[in-house]
Design a protein around this ligand. Sequence first.
Ligand code: MG
Length: 374
Amino acid sequence: MTVKLAPHAAIAAQSRGRRHPEPPPKGRTAFQRDRDRIVHSTAFRRLEYKTQVFVNHEGDLFRTRLTHTLEVAQIGRSVARHLGLDEDLTEAITLAHDLGHTPFGHSGQDALNACMKPYGGFEHNLQSLRVVDVLEQRYAAFDGLNLTFETREGILKHCSIANAHRLDDVGERFLRRQRPGLEAQVANLADEIAYNNHDVDDGLRSGLVSLEQLATVSIFQRHMRATLKAYPRIDQRRLVHETVRRMIDTVITDLMRESARKLREHEPRNIDEVRKLPAIIGFSPAMQKEQAELKRFLRTHLYRHYRVSRMSSKARRIITDLFQAFIAEPDLLPPEFQTRAREDAPRAIADYIAGMTDRYAAIEHRRLFSVEIA
Ligand code: MG
């Protein structure tokens, strides 16, 4: 089945290709193959036990990095299809976007970055690319997943100039100050839409944020009021879901409308023209303002809540302890990482730690630091 794509879409048959040339897949496009390889990867399965905001043991219903990823993919696909873009490429990018994330969410990433400061730093976005380019070892003919240029370009959302110089063709756009294709731009915004909205839901579920507090945020207030007006006797759980559902709908509709307007304004004829233009996929100015307000609220009331901070502080200590123990004694690393540590010990240690799930990191910490005497 061939879907008619817009001229500004990424065209699978015209992909810039893979680092290790392979015959084209049968019965699916190059981007579908990328997506399938990502789903089959080890790093993808690990997302289930990695923190988004709430650590896995805090409750069964909070988002994990896996369910977050699935929500991003679903939003990304809807937007991509609406704009005539390649849905499979968008899906591949969204499914891979957090593969390089450390255990324990952002505090884990910050701690590992601090440990790696003298050795070139650690950035989860760059690590996602490293996972698909190097770290996955499943195929006989090459390391990594050997994905297409377009998927790799989308995974590398941002990158410092210093790192861009060290990378191959995916680093070039940062030196030329160019944008990635539209599928990548959609994936990026889908990530933002997913976490802003599911963090509202998880924040309320956890009790760290109250409805009264959220009612001070204009987009939430507007949709909560409309829901209450239509359903005055609605119970609280449904009120939250209905409000969040309406928020997501408004935000996505705004994104589609504004992006379609920019496409009409610039009329890019192909993906290379897209790359040279300013960002096409984005919110209207009014929606940007509302999203910024929501983000500020979440930062102050949820991400910096003392109960979240306690967990982040514990996570920082676990990551830092592990890193220091391995740097002092690389012999403590599992054999496959010892081999790589002989070339570049700090990077091998960062790869090992970044690949851990929350619970694996906690167990490894206990193994190294606690002596249990019966
Ligand atoms: Mg994400």
